[in-house]
Design a protein around this ligand. Structure first.
Ligand SMILES: CC(C)(COP(=O)(O)OP(=O)(O)OC[C@H]1O[C@@H](n2cnc3c(N)ncnc32)[C@H](O)[C@@H]1OP(=O)(O)O)[C@@H](O)C(=O)NCCC(=O)NCCS
Length: 188
Protein backbone atom coordinates (compact mmCIF):
# COMPACT_ATOMS: atom_id res chain seq x y z
CA UNK A 1 0.00 0.00 0.00
CA UNK A 2 1.26 3.52 -0.76
CA UNK A 3 1.92 6.42 1.57
CA UNK A 4 0.17 9.79 1.28
CA UNK A 5 3.31 11.22 -0.40
CA UNK A 6 2.82 9.39 -3.69
CA UNK A 7 -0.96 9.74 -3.92
CA UNK A 8 -0.60 12.43 -6.61
CA UNK A 9 -0.11 9.55 -9.05
CA UNK A 10 -3.25 7.81 -7.75
CA UNK A 11 -6.87 8.29 -8.80
CA UNK A 12 -10.04 7.41 -6.87
CA UNK A 13 -12.43 4.78 -8.24
CA UNK A 14 -15.12 7.44 -8.71
CA UNK A 15 -12.89 9.39 -11.15
CA UNK A 16 -13.47 6.78 -13.87
CA UNK A 17 -16.84 5.26 -12.90
CA UNK A 18 -18.87 5.07 -16.11
CA UNK A 19 -22.48 4.30 -17.00
CA UNK A 20 -23.73 3.78 -20.54
CA UNK A 21 -27.47 3.40 -21.19
CA UNK A 22 -28.72 2.22 -24.56
CA UNK A 23 -32.17 1.51 -25.99
CA UNK A 24 -32.48 -1.99 -27.46
CA UNK A 25 -33.74 -1.44 -31.02
CA UNK A 26 -35.20 -4.15 -33.33
CA UNK A 27 -31.99 -4.43 -35.44
CA UNK A 28 -30.16 -5.72 -32.31
CA UNK A 29 -32.39 -8.80 -32.09
CA UNK A 30 -31.82 -12.41 -33.14
CA UNK A 31 -34.27 -14.80 -34.85
CA UNK A 32 -35.93 -15.49 -31.50
CA UNK A 33 -36.67 -11.78 -31.00
CA UNK A 34 -34.19 -11.42 -28.10
CA UNK A 35 -31.11 -9.18 -28.12
CA UNK A 36 -27.94 -10.74 -29.59
CA UNK A 37 -25.28 -11.60 -27.01
CA UNK A 38 -22.74 -9.96 -29.32
CA UNK A 39 -24.52 -6.59 -29.03
CA UNK A 40 -24.21 -6.74 -25.25
CA UNK A 41 -20.55 -7.81 -25.50
CA UNK A 42 -19.81 -4.87 -27.78
CA UNK A 43 -21.45 -2.45 -25.31
CA UNK A 44 -19.50 -4.04 -22.45
CA UNK A 45 -16.24 -3.58 -24.36
CA UNK A 46 -17.16 0.05 -24.99
CA UNK A 47 -17.94 0.88 -21.35
CA UNK A 48 -14.81 -1.01 -20.21
CA UNK A 49 -12.72 1.07 -22.61
CA UNK A 50 -14.16 4.39 -21.42
CA UNK A 51 -13.64 3.48 -17.77
CA UNK A 52 -10.09 2.11 -18.30
CA UNK A 53 -8.93 4.96 -20.55
CA UNK A 54 -10.21 7.55 -18.07
CA UNK A 55 -8.28 5.96 -15.23
CA UNK A 56 -5.16 5.31 -17.32
CA UNK A 57 -5.18 8.67 -19.11
CA UNK A 58 -4.08 6.66 -22.14
CA UNK A 59 -5.35 4.52 -24.96
CA UNK A 60 -6.21 1.01 -23.68
CA UNK A 61 -6.74 -2.40 -25.28
CA UNK A 62 -8.81 -5.34 -24.09
CA UNK A 63 -6.45 -8.12 -22.95
CA UNK A 64 -9.05 -10.57 -21.65
CA UNK A 65 -12.67 -11.01 -20.62
CA UNK A 66 -13.49 -13.03 -17.57
CA UNK A 67 -16.76 -14.98 -17.51
CA UNK A 68 -19.71 -13.78 -19.51
CA UNK A 69 -22.82 -15.65 -18.40
CA UNK A 70 -26.05 -14.27 -19.79
CA UNK A 71 -28.42 -14.76 -16.86
CA UNK A 72 -31.63 -13.51 -18.48
CA UNK A 73 -32.68 -12.59 -22.02
CA UNK A 74 -32.95 -8.92 -23.00
CA UNK A 75 -36.00 -7.82 -25.00
CA UNK A 76 -36.36 -5.25 -27.78
CA UNK A 77 -37.56 -1.94 -26.30
CA UNK A 78 -35.74 -2.40 -22.98
CA UNK A 79 -33.14 0.05 -21.68
CA UNK A 80 -29.81 -1.60 -20.99
CA UNK A 81 -27.46 0.13 -18.53
CA UNK A 82 -23.85 -0.92 -18.10
CA UNK A 83 -22.13 0.27 -14.92
CA UNK A 84 -18.36 0.07 -14.94
CA UNK A 85 -15.69 0.79 -12.36
CA UNK A 86 -12.01 0.02 -11.95
CA UNK A 87 -11.80 -2.83 -9.43
CA UNK A 88 -8.07 -3.49 -9.50
CA UNK A 89 -4.88 -2.02 -10.93
CA UNK A 90 -1.59 -3.78 -11.63
CA UNK A 91 1.38 -2.05 -13.25
CA UNK A 92 0.14 -1.57 -16.81
CA UNK A 93 -3.15 -3.48 -16.60
CA UNK A 94 -6.36 -2.91 -14.72
CA UNK A 95 -9.55 -4.87 -14.16
CA UNK A 96 -12.90 -3.21 -14.88
CA UNK A 97 -15.99 -4.73 -13.25
CA UNK A 98 -19.18 -4.30 -15.29
CA UNK A 99 -22.71 -4.84 -14.02
CA UNK A 100 -25.36 -4.97 -16.74
CA UNK A 101 -29.05 -4.38 -16.02
CA UNK A 102 -32.03 -4.20 -18.32
CA UNK A 103 -35.16 -2.16 -17.59
CA UNK A 104 -38.65 -2.53 -19.03
CA UNK A 105 -39.73 1.07 -19.62
CA UNK A 106 -43.47 0.41 -19.09
CA UNK A 107 -43.32 -1.78 -15.98
CA UNK A 108 -40.02 -0.45 -14.54
CA UNK A 109 -39.02 -4.06 -13.82
CA UNK A 110 -35.22 -4.25 -13.69
CA UNK A 111 -33.30 -7.46 -14.49
CA UNK A 112 -29.66 -8.17 -13.71
CA UNK A 113 -28.46 -9.69 -16.96
CA UNK A 114 -24.77 -10.23 -16.21
CA UNK A 115 -21.62 -9.16 -14.39
CA UNK A 116 -18.25 -9.47 -16.10
CA UNK A 117 -14.65 -8.45 -15.63
CA UNK A 118 -12.51 -6.98 -18.40
CA UNK A 119 -8.72 -6.75 -18.13
CA UNK A 120 -7.48 -3.73 -20.06
CA UNK A 121 -3.86 -2.75 -20.76
CA UNK A 122 -2.76 0.88 -21.22
CA UNK A 123 -0.58 1.59 -24.25
CA UNK A 124 1.78 4.48 -25.08
CA UNK A 125 2.29 6.15 -28.47
CA UNK A 126 4.68 3.35 -29.51
CA UNK A 127 2.03 0.72 -28.66
CA UNK A 128 3.99 -0.48 -25.60
CA UNK A 129 2.27 -1.19 -22.26
CA UNK A 130 2.61 1.88 -20.04
CA UNK A 131 2.28 2.30 -16.28
CA UNK A 132 -1.11 3.42 -15.00
CA UNK A 133 -2.01 5.43 -11.88
CA UNK A 134 -2.65 3.60 -8.62
CA UNK A 135 -6.17 3.31 -7.23
CA UNK A 136 -7.55 5.15 -4.20
CA UNK A 137 -10.08 2.93 -2.37
CA UNK A 138 -12.60 5.00 -0.42
CA UNK A 139 -15.01 2.45 1.03
CA UNK A 140 -15.43 -1.19 2.09
CA UNK A 141 -16.97 -2.27 -1.23
CA UNK A 142 -14.00 -0.91 -3.18
CA UNK A 143 -11.56 -2.71 -0.86
CA UNK A 144 -13.57 -5.96 -1.23
CA UNK A 145 -13.63 -5.65 -5.03
CA UNK A 146 -9.88 -5.02 -5.17
CA UNK A 147 -9.14 -8.14 -3.06
CA UNK A 148 -11.60 -10.24 -5.10
CA UNK A 149 -10.05 -9.04 -8.37
CA UNK A 150 -6.53 -9.85 -7.19
CA UNK A 151 -7.72 -13.37 -6.29
CA UNK A 152 -9.50 -13.65 -9.65
CA UNK A 153 -6.20 -12.80 -11.38
CA UNK A 154 -4.35 -15.48 -9.37
CA UNK A 155 -7.00 -18.12 -10.13
CA UNK A 156 -6.82 -17.24 -13.84
CA UNK A 157 -3.04 -17.61 -13.88
CA UNK A 158 -3.34 -21.06 -12.24
CA UNK A 159 -6.07 -22.02 -14.69
CA UNK A 160 -3.92 -20.97 -17.67
CA UNK A 161 -1.11 -23.14 -16.31
CA UNK A 162 -3.49 -26.10 -15.89
CA UNK A 163 -4.64 -25.68 -19.50
CA UNK A 164 -1.03 -25.54 -20.68
CA UNK A 165 -0.34 -28.77 -18.76
CA UNK A 166 -3.07 -30.78 -20.50
CA UNK A 167 -1.45 -33.81 -22.13
CA UNK A 168 -2.99 -36.11 -24.76
CA UNK A 169 -1.91 -39.79 -24.83
CA UNK A 170 0.42 -40.54 -27.74
CA UNK A 171 -1.40 -43.86 -28.32
CA UNK A 172 -4.55 -43.40 -30.49
CA UNK A 173 -6.32 -46.41 -28.89
CA UNK A 174 -5.88 -44.79 -25.48
CA UNK A 175 -7.35 -41.57 -26.86
CA UNK A 176 -10.40 -43.47 -28.10
CA UNK A 177 -10.85 -45.12 -24.68
CA UNK A 178 -10.86 -41.67 -23.06
CA UNK A 179 -13.82 -40.77 -25.27
CA UNK A 180 -15.78 -43.94 -24.51
CA UNK A 181 -18.54 -42.13 -22.59
CA UNK A 182 -18.70 -39.01 -24.75
CA UNK A 183 -21.33 -38.22 -27.39
CA UNK A 184 -18.92 -38.42 -30.30
CA UNK A 185 -18.14 -41.09 -32.88
CA UNK A 186 -14.53 -41.72 -33.89
CA UNK A 187 -14.66 -43.01 -37.48
CA UNK A 188 -11.06 -44.13 -37.94
C1 LIG B 1 -2.65 -7.61 -24.05
C2 LIG B 1 -1.27 -7.17 -24.53
C3 LIG B 1 -1.18 -5.66 -24.34
C4 LIG B 1 -0.21 -7.81 -23.63
O1 LIG B 1 1.03 -7.40 -24.13
P1 LIG B 1 2.40 -8.03 -23.61
O2 LIG B 1 3.50 -7.50 -24.43
O3 LIG B 1 2.22 -9.50 -23.45
O4 LIG B 1 2.52 -7.29 -22.27
P2 LIG B 1 3.06 -7.79 -20.86
O5 LIG B 1 3.40 -9.23 -20.83
O6 LIG B 1 4.10 -6.79 -20.49
O7 LIG B 1 1.75 -7.58 -19.96
C5 LIG B 1 1.26 -6.30 -19.73
C6 LIG B 1 0.16 -6.40 -18.70
O8 LIG B 1 -0.94 -7.06 -19.29
C7 LIG B 1 -1.34 -8.16 -18.48
N1 LIG B 1 -1.81 -9.19 -19.39
C8 LIG B 1 -1.24 -9.59 -20.54
N2 LIG B 1 -1.98 -10.56 -21.11
C9 LIG B 1 -3.05 -10.74 -20.31
C10 LIG B 1 -4.20 -11.60 -20.36
N3 LIG B 1 -4.38 -12.47 -21.34
N4 LIG B 1 -5.09 -11.53 -19.37
C11 LIG B 1 -4.92 -10.65 -18.34
N5 LIG B 1 -3.86 -9.81 -18.24
C12 LIG B 1 -2.95 -9.87 -19.21
C13 LIG B 1 -0.07 -8.58 -17.75
O9 LIG B 1 -0.37 -9.28 -16.56
C14 LIG B 1 0.55 -7.23 -17.48
O10 LIG B 1 -0.10 -6.63 -16.36
P3 LIG B 1 0.68 -5.72 -15.28
O11 LIG B 1 1.58 -4.79 -16.03
O12 LIG B 1 -0.42 -4.97 -14.59
O13 LIG B 1 1.41 -6.64 -14.39
C15 LIG B 1 -0.99 -7.56 -26.01
O14 LIG B 1 -1.01 -8.97 -26.11
C16 LIG B 1 -1.97 -6.96 -26.98
O15 LIG B 1 -1.83 -5.81 -27.38
N6 LIG B 1 -2.99 -7.74 -27.37
C17 LIG B 1 -3.98 -7.29 -28.32
C18 LIG B 1 -5.08 -6.53 -27.61
C19 LIG B 1 -6.21 -6.23 -28.54
O16 LIG B 1 -5.99 -5.95 -29.68
N7 LIG B 1 -7.43 -6.31 -27.99
C20 LIG B 1 -8.65 -6.27 -28.76
C21 LIG B 1 -8.94 -4.99 -29.36
S1 LIG B 1 -8.85 -3.65 -28.24
Amino acid sequence: MSTLADQSTYKPVKFSETVITELMIPSYSNFGGKIHGGILLSLMDKVAYVCAAKHAGNYCVTASIDTVDFLQPVEVGELVSLMASVNYVGKTSLMVGIRVISENIKTNVVKHTNTSYFTMVAKDEQNNPVQIPGLILENKDQVRRFIEARRRKEIKQNYKQELADITIPADFEQCKQLLANERCAVMS
